[in-house]
Write a protein that binds this ligand. Structure first.
Ligand code: ATP
Length: 382
């Protein structure tokens, strides 16, 4: 096992800069998930670590040693791909052992015992004599994982390994991957575009956009204290509501609003510098509430769409030209066209800079005092 460090890594394919200037440290044994939309550079980042691409600039170290210029085959990493990359004419057993046998560094007894161990961990002992065509998608992915495990590499690199599986199986395999990591403790870098997968699997999550790291943090911290508007809207489903407001001082307290949509902010001195300025206000759908009646701090909204989710009723409503998504009670009977009165959790509001999108304020009283500084430094990747 080992740690992996990327320092100011840049990768250009001709005029296309896939990875701009990223720095990231993955400590020994950590499971890090790199998440972001299509084309943000996450697969390229993984391929650079694997040695399948060479860096244009910057350094990659494993266990303190630079691996720049070292062939992928000599980096002691095992990669698991989305399409499994199994040989169709070989049995599962031969697929798993092929790399070990062709390296020539393992005895027959070692090969046999490692296959047995991996098959037990992955629960595929009964499938070892089948060829890939006779296996389901989930079983194929287990064989592909088996091939990675038997090599006992220093680092696992996984590129969307679950995205070819149906939704139910993906959830099951997700849990199994988490168990596997708890058992093996191998340093893992896992790439996905699925924010739920990122949140559930990662010790830490790296959010990428446009070739740059936007924020690196443990999942809950990312959700509670997004460093910028992109992270705020990318993490969480349905996405955080974000809309333009003006921040105003109101006696000893502060307000943020736009027309009829006015929200009370805490009496917090750190808002002084934002008073009188434009900002973007962010509030998650679960932090808005439908109140039974009008109150001093409620906002009147017209329901435009309702989506029953079973455990909640997701409603979309309009306040002037702002559309808001709100989780309402599942059996509230709210329908499109209804008027509702909304309140917001004062301790779960976020303000972002309207130009840069950087977070300027999180109203959570538990927010670290250095919240903004931490958010800024994490935007650089640490
Ligand atoms: P996806 O989720 O769609 O796989 P990604 O975040 O993994 O996306 P990358 O595959 O890393 O994104 O690609 C980042 C950018 O680099 C894209 O604009 C892509 O077109 C470009 N790119 C990747 N590989 C190459 C290549 N071999 N030659 C030219 N451009 C490339």
């Amino acid at each position: 096992m080992t740690d992996v460090t990327l320092t100011n890594v840049r990768k250009a394919f001709g005029d296309v800069v896939a990875v701009k200037d990223i720095s990231l440290t993955v400590p020994d044994g950590e499971f890090v998930v790199v998440v972001g939309p299509s084309g943000c550079g996450k697969s390229t980042t993984l391929r650079l670590i694997a040695g399948l691409e060479s860096v244009t600039e910057g350094d990659i170290r494993m266990g303190g040693e630079s691996v720049v210029g070292i062939d992928g085959a000599d980096r002691d990493v095992a990669m698991v791909f989305q399409n499994y990359a199994l040989y169709p004419h070989m049995t599962a057993r031969r697929n798993i052992t092929f790399g070990m046998r062709s390296s020539g560094s393992f005895t027959d007894a070692e090969v046999a015992s490692r296959v047995e161990e991996a098959a037990e961990v992955l629960d595929i002992a009964d499938l070892l004599d089948r060829k890939p065509a006779a296996l389901s998608g989930g079983e194929r992915q287990r064989v592909a994982l088996g091939r990675a495990i038997v090599r006992d590499p220093k680092v696992f690199l996984m590129d969307e390994p679950l995205s070819n599986l149906d939704a139910k199986l993906r959830i099951r395999m997700r849990a199994e991957l988490a168990k596997l990591h708890a058992r093996l403790g191998t340093t893992t870098v896992y790439v996905t575009h699925d924010q739920t997968e990122a949140m559930t699997l990662g010790d830490r999550v790296v959010v990428m956009y446009d070739g740059e790291i936007q924020q690196t943090a443990p999942p809950q911290r990312l959700y509670d204290y997004p460093a910028n508007r992109f992270v705020a809207e990318f993490i969480g489903d349905p996405a955080m509501n974000v809309f333009p407001v003006e921040v105003r001082r109101d006696g000893g307290a502060y307000r943020a609003g736009r027309g009829a949509l006015q929200v009370a902010l805490p009496a917090d001195d750190s808002l002084t510098s934002l008073a009188g300025r434009e900002a973007l206000l962010g509030v998650r759908p679960e932090n808005l509430h439908v109140e039974p009646r009008r109150g001093p701090e409620t906002v009147e909204a017209t329901v435009t769409v309702t989506e029953p989710l079973g455990d909640s009723l997701l409603i979309e409503c309009a306040v002037g030209d702002v559309a808001l998504k709100v989780h309402a009670s599942p059996r509230s009977g709210i329908e499109p066209g209804d008027t509702v009165f909304l309140s917001a959790d004062a301790a779960r509001l976020h303000l972002f800079d309207p130009e840069t999108g950087e977070a300027r304020y999180h109203s959570d009283p538990e927010a670290p005092v250095t919240g903004m500084a931490a958010a800024t430094s994490s935007a650089s990747g640490e």
